[in-house]
Design a protein around this ligand. Structure first.
Ligand SMILES: [Zn+2]
Length: 126
């Protein structure tokens, strides 16, 4: 289980490399994606999900980097599916932004159990 699961960080923590890798994989190949990628060095982990899954809420230092040209009313900036060991889709990931800033990487499961470990980017298909 990731260190942030079920927690709100007193001090926003460094974003784990695995989260950065999955976020990069989901970013769209356009101006929006390029601008959101520039925010990654200034992003921190704000909190995790109460259910114990690998979903992570992000906060970006807005004094360090500007907002991305995000379409209003469309918080989803990237999506992917997660492949399980025998190739079937076991869940998915959704990358959210708000006001032009990265805000959340949601990890959801199609099974009864939450996906507690962040998937390897190699099994994430955008
Ligand atoms: Zn959860």
């Amino acid at each position: 289980m990731p260190f942030y699961a079920g927690r709100t960080m007193n001090t926003p923590a460094e974003v784990p490399d695995g989260v950065v890798a999955v976020v990069r994989k989901l970013l769209p190949d356009n101006d929006l994606g390029a601008a959101l990628a520039k925010q990654l060095p200034y992003a921190r982990v704000a909190s995790g999900c109460r259910c114990g899954c690998a979903t992570v809420d992000l906060v970006v230092d807005r004094s360090a980097v500007g907002p991305a040209p995000q379409e209003p009313g469309n918080p989803v900036v990237g999506e992917g599916s997660i492949r399980g060991v025998d190739g079937q889709t076991v869940g998915g990931v959704i990358l959210f932004a708000g006001g032009g800033y990265l805000s959340c990487l949601e990890v959801y499961s199609f099974g009864d159990e939450p996906i507690a470990e962040l998937p390897d980017p190699a099994v994430v298909d955008p």
